[in-house]
Design a protein around this ligand. Sequence first.
Ligand code: KG4
Ligand code: ZN
Length: 346
Amino acid sequence: MTGKQKSKVIILGIETSCDETSAAVLANGEDLRSHVISSQISTHQKYGGVVPEIASREHSIHFRPVVQQALDEAKVTFQDLSAIAVTYGPGLVGSLLVGVSGAKAMAYASKIPLIGINHLEAHIYANFIQHKDLQFPLLALLVSGGHTHLILFEGHGKYEVLGYTRDDAAGEALDKVARTLGLGYPGGPQIQRVSQEGNPQAFKFPRAMLEADSLDFSFSGMKSAVLNTLNSARMRGEVLSVPDIAASFQEAVVDVLVRKTLMAIKRTGVKTLLLAGGVAANKLLRETLEMSLVRLGIRLVYPEPIYCTDNGAMIATAGYYHYLEGNFAPWTLNAVPGLSFPRRKN
Ligand code: KG4
Ligand code: ZN
């Protein structure tokens, strides 16, 4: 295809907030023409987590080839694009800057609008890639390596945070426990894998529920309880079962996430729950939520695992809705590492 097709809205979505360089081309909000993800996981694995400086450097190397591959696979050129959407926060500042500067340069040179995307919002929009029939209001449980948020989504661009983590994110806690257990990075999928062989009742780890009416989370104390259990056993010369520890911790994290989500559903009266973020790929979380929600007549929607972790398709999807609203970014758009949503006053 060459020359701009006026009837079509074609968005190039770009994601570089953490350790994935990704680009996708989406036509009319529903036709995902291409989706390229270059993951740095193997580079960071030997350090047990993402090293920000290395991440920025890797993004700089892969950014242009990933974008070109996305355009080529979609059989479009810059002239065919309606706009370029890019994550501008939250995330690692150096990583974000690679995407923001690159997208800005490409949009400016192509004389098309630039759209700045909140990464958290995009994770929620990952649900719209495969589900076109979602009706507002929606509640989203966003659980990733950097975030644990309960968000009320009342319309395109209308969000309120009902609760968030006061310390570690759920994925971060899973990653840290996995690292201590020698399971490698990223820890969430490893915890899920070894938990299959473990007894989730073997250890009674605490569930941090905070104040009775709070929708906030706290995973740091729960993580410390696991580390203390391991250290005490080590001092006694005991060897604990890794699968039992993993299964018991996964159970505790999922238990808290589900209980808080049910509280939020009761409080808001929403009929649909969207799961989002890397931890949304967790099988126990999905199954436990499904079981609880079916009884309440609440619909549970979640993206395919590839759209749960960081990806350009979710950026292009969020970008499409911003494009329809004419919500474009100025050329002064900058990376905002601590970007969030407004907090609801209870
Ligand atoms: O959304 P994401 O790719 O990056 C952030 O924006 O943080 O999420 C990555 C997080 C990591 O903490 C990883 O361990 C976790 O998602 N994760 C999982 C699973 N797959 C990824 N956690 C539990 N179970 C999984 N299957
Ligand atoms: Zn993410």
